[in-house]
Design a protein around this ligand. Structure first.
Ligand SMILES: Nc1ncnc2c1ncn2[C@@H]1O[C@H](COP(=O)(O)OP(=O)(O)OP(=O)(O)O)[C@@H](O)[C@H]1O
Ligand SMILES: [Mg+2]
Length: 229
């Protein structure tokens, strides 16, 4: 593994059995992620993106293959949980906590001190300041999704995995979300983002394409593009 490699995935596979049918959701996926890059994961609905991300998070066990963390230890056995963060497709906000409490939750779970200023900056960058004292059920789906993005960013993770983080955003806030992800990349966070948003490709350093559970590594579109608007 090279010095700048954060994560190395080899021959990762996962199948589901549905009745008499076997669905090969992820087939022998192989790739590595480098420090501070934004990698877009694209592919048609049902091609295996969420399954792959869930495997990376350790939310489902793979049938075969290996995921190695930068230190060489298995990703799902790392003791450094605060170095890994996820924006799930289903968001996963806690309904009884306010938006602000949800965003700050990772700081409480691991007793990580986070400056009040950082919390304010993240809430501000994702347009959540005015809503911070409301419950998730009292804000829009797009606002809930931005809270899930803020929650994932709060501890400046080494690796951020985001499953369609702009799926509920309008054009302006889709850019706002990518701007927040790019800011994190510039500070050293590696972002792997499953997305159907074509504009995402202009922000990505590299694109991974999934088709029927298989992964192909396409050429980098460009280096980080400045996000305007
Ligand atoms: N728990 C499960 N049981 C059975 N089949 C599943 C399960 N989860 C996913 N699948 C199947 O695995 C394949 C990959 O699904 P996945 O959710 O990973 O796709 P995706 O690329 O994330 O799609 P989308 O873009 O719609 O989110 C699909 O055929 C799906 O129906
Ligand atoms: Mg999905």
């Amino acid at each position: 593994m090279s010095a700048s490699t954060v994560l190395e995935v080899s021959h990762l596979s996962k199948s589901y059995v549905r009745g008499y049918e076997e669905v090969h959701a992820v087939q022998r996926a192989q790739f590595s992620l480098r420090n501070g890059e934004l990698v877009a994961l694209i592919g048609p609905s049902g091609s295996g993106k969420t399954t792959l991300l869930n495997l990376l998070m350790g939310w489902e066990p793979p049938d075969a293959g290996e995921i190695l963390w930068e230190s060489g230890e298995a990703l799902t056995r790392t003791s450094q949980w605060s170095q890994l963060a996820m924006v799930p497709q289903t968001l996963g906000l806690l309904e009884e906590l306010t938006i602000r409490e949800n965003v700050a939750l990772p700081t409480r779970l691991g007793e990580h001190g986070v400056a009040e200023q950082r919390l304010c900056n993240i809430l501000d960058s994702l347009g959540l300041v005015q809503l911070q004292d409301r419950l998730p059920g009292e804000v829009s789906l797009g606002e809930q999704q931005r809270a899930a993005v803020a929650r994932a960013l709060i501890l400046s993770p080494v690796l951020l995995i985001a499953d369609e983080p702009t799926g509920h955003q309008d054009e302006v806030w889709a850019r706002g979300v990518f701007r927040a992800l790019l800011d994190a990349c510039h500070s050293g966070t590696t972002c792997l983002v499953a997305t159907h948003n074509e504009e995402a490709l202009t922000y990505a350093d590299r694109v991974l394409t999934m088709e029927d559970g298989r992964l192909t590594d396409a050429a980098a579109p460009s280096s980080h593009t400045e996000v305007s608007g």
